[in-house]
Every structure is written in C-alpha cells, then in structure tokens.
Ligand binder design. Structure first.
Ligand SMILES: *Cc1c(COP(=O)(O)O)cnc(C)c1O
Length: 398
C-alpha cells in the first residue's frame, strides 16, 4: 500500500497526538475500573473522567456540570437539536432556524424533525459562505424554538459571526446551539461571553481518538436524556463512560485551545503561500471568504477538472486531501456547501479542500504546490470539457 506522506485532510480527521496517547494509555491498561464502582480502581476512573470534564469546562468557559460526554460530534448535534425541539414543542414552539450549509448531522436531524411537523428556516450563506446576523434576527418569530448555526464550516472553512448571533438570540430569548466541531482549536471560544447555550464538539478533529464528543448545555436547560439507562452524565446519557477516550479528549481540548494563537501564527503564512501559488493556475476559484476563514483551510475549484481525479492523482504522490465532488460520497450531486455559495455544478465538481494541522510543515506545503499545477494541467489536457471552457463555450462563473 502506498504511504501517505503529506496529510492535508485534517478537517476529515486528525492523528492522535503523543500527549493524548500517553494520557490514554494507563486507562487502556491498568486503570480499567468502571467509574461507577465504589472501590479505588473505579474511583480512579471517575476522577479521571471528572478531570477531563473540568478541562473541557475550562476550554469552553463553562461549568463542569454543563459538559456531557457523547460518542461523537454527530450525536451531540442530534441530542441538542432533537431534545430542544421536544422541550420547546411542549411550549408550542415548533420553528427552527439554521443555515443551508450545516453539516449533515444537523441538516438530516432537521429533516427528520420536519417530518414530525417542525418548520425549519434555512438561511442563505451568500457567495462568501457567511450567514448574515440580520437574516437571523429577521427570521426569529414568536414560535422559534432554536437557532442552530455552525461555528466554522467544515468544507470551506468560513467562520460565522457566532458572538453576534448569540447576542441576537439572547435578546430575543431564543435558545442558540452551534456545531463547533471544526472551530475548536482554530477560533477562540467562550460560551458565556459569546452567549452560546449549546455547543457540539468532537475529539477526533482535535487529535483525540474517534468516537468521543462533547455537548455543552447551559444549565438553565434540562435536556431530555439521549440514552436511557444508568446514571452516567447526570442521568441524561446512560452507558459506561469511554474512559480512555474521555481522558484523551480532555488533554486534546486543553492543548488545542491553549495552542490556537501559535497554530494560527504558523498556519497563516502557509495558507497564504498555498493561496498565492494556486491562484496562479488558470481558471481557479477560492471558495469562501478570503479572510474570514480558519487559517487551516483552503478550498478551491478548478474549472475543467474532476475533483475525484485530482484526489487520486494527489494520492499517487502520497498527498491526502479532500473534495466536495460527488462520487466520493456515492452520490451524483456535488457538495451542498459549494452549491450553497452559488457554484455551478460543473465547477463544484472540480473542488479541492486542503485542511492543515499544527503538524503540517512548510516542506509538505512546498511539495503540494509543486505537484498540484502539474496534475491540474495533465487532467485538463485529457478533459474534453476543458476544450469547451477555454473556447468560452460553457458556463460562466460570477
Ligand atoms: C466532523 C464533523 C461533525 C461530525 O463529528 P463526528 O464526531 O465525526 O460525528 C459534525 N460537524 C462538523 C462541522 C464536522 O466537521
């Protein structure tokens, strides 16, 4: 099997850091007690879980009793939205506001609620990939139960005006949830200062292991349990805790949040370097705002190129990246995110997402920007579509 040497797909998942692994190891070996057991071995696991809970609370600026460990970011999104919907429906509020380019964990949850009689307003994100605070304000109605808007988009990396949206929701008395799975470790977040009532995050996007997430819930709200059973997570999310993963997540979020400024200082010049190099290629477009985006992310569309072919060619060079192109997901439609910012289908199909981490090096970036233009030319030389494009016989992009 070919070895991936350059990993530029950190928005898909990240490697487990040494700090995280070292913190986890004792809980995979000798410290295997059940946190609910009263003897020492069990109590030590309970102490470890509590420590992780306080690390998460410190990182988010909330209280420990507002942190719930879940199995993933998707579960956190499902729980926050479904439980809030149920809670507010009991008060006659069945309207939910979101954006068109949320993660599927949010969009598909909302689609399920629509089938149960909830009404959902999908706000536009315009060509820059950013929700307008005014639109949120105008969409709020007396029967609005919840506003759920992601903090940073997972495909195009744009950062949403979350503190401003939080302020509007607070003023109007509407519960505000944000999917911050991508934003954690990239943007400074404080749930109290930013008026966030509920927030989802996931361990594996910040160098913890897969299958562990967090839902923060303001203690004003008592969500219905997501899993009924034992008394874990204050009776709201039963099931014996995934102690090693939770311990790892506590370390990961501490490192990620303490490291934001250093990470951004390192990645911004690399982002600029990639941008400058890639924009020299003919007929390429940056997707999402040039500045209001995470330093780790770039997303381009290359006219006359199939995203999937691009990924395969990069893979042959040992480079892992991602595309909003169709077939990777087994569907023929291009990414809903790229369509939401107004890309024509053909252009959306030729997209490439680069997502870096603090482990990305300048040498890796140099290698990437060296091979990319060669690959793009090669693919275009084989593309019948490219012929039409350069003759101006096809679609126009704004
Ligand atoms: C990855 C991701 C999720 C899902 O998290 P999982 O832990 O993989 O379930 C949700 N939202 C966003 C924005 C993501 O990037």
């Amino acid at each position: 099997m070919l070895k991936t040497t350059i990993y530029l797909d950190n928005a898909a998942t990240t490697k487990v850091s040494d700090n995280v692994l070292n913190a986890m190891l004792p809980y995979l070996k000798e410290e295997y007690g059940n946190p609910s057991s009263i003897y020492t071995l069990g109590r030590q696991s309970a102490i470890a879980v509590n420590k992780a809970r306080s690390q998460v609370a410190d990182a988010l600026g909330c209280e420990e009793n507002e942190v719930y460990f879940t199995s993933c970011g998707s579960e956190s999104d499902n729980w926050a939205i479904k439980s809030t919907a149920k809670m507010m429906a009991a008060k006659g509020k069945k309207h939910i506001i979101t954006s068109v380019f949320e993660h599927h964990a949010v969009l598909h949850t909302l689609a399920a609620l629509e089938k149960e009689g909830f009404e959902v307003t999908y706000l536009p994100v315009y060509s820059n990939g950013i929700v307008k605070v005014e639109d949120v304000k105008n969409a709020i109605r007396p029967d609005t139960a919840l506003v759920t808007i992601m903090y940073a988009n997972n495909e195009i990396g744009t950062i949403q005006p979350i503190p401003e949206i939080g302020a509007v929701c607070k003023e109007k008395g509407v519960i505000f949830h944000t999917d911050a799975v991508q934003a954690i470790g990239n943007v400074h977040i404080n749930v109290k200062e930013q008026n966030i009532d509920m927030l989802s995050l996931s361990g594996h996007k910040i160098h913890a292991q897969k299958g562990c997430g967090v839902l923060y819930v303001n203690k004003k709200y008592r969500l219905t349990p997501f899993i009924d059973g034992g008394a874990q997570e204050r009776g709201r999310r039963a099931g014996t805790e995934n102690v090693p993963a939770i311990v790892g997540l506590g370390v990961a979020i501490t490192d990620a949040c303490n490291g934001i400024d250093a990470k951004n200082a390192k990645l911004k010049p690399l982002q600029d370097k990639i941008y400058d190099a890639v924009m020299k290629i003919d007929r390429v477009h940056l997707n999402g705002d040039r500045n209001i985006r995470m330093a780790s992310n770039l997303n381009f569309s290359f006219e006359g190129v199939e995203g999937e072919s691009l990924l395969l060619q990069l893979d042959l060079q040992g480079i892992a990246a991602s595309s909003g192109s169709a077939c990777t997901s087994g569907s023929l439609d291009p990414s809903h995110v790229l369509l939401a910012i107004g890309l024509p289908h053909e252009v959306a199909h030729g997209s490439l997402r680069i997502s870096m981490s603090e482990y990305t090096t300048e040498e890796e970036v140099d290698k990437f920007i060296e091979v990319l233009p060669v690959i793009v030319s090669k693919l275009r030389s084989m593309s019948p579509l490219w012929e039409h494009i350069i003759k101006g016989e096809t679609f126009k992009i704004k």
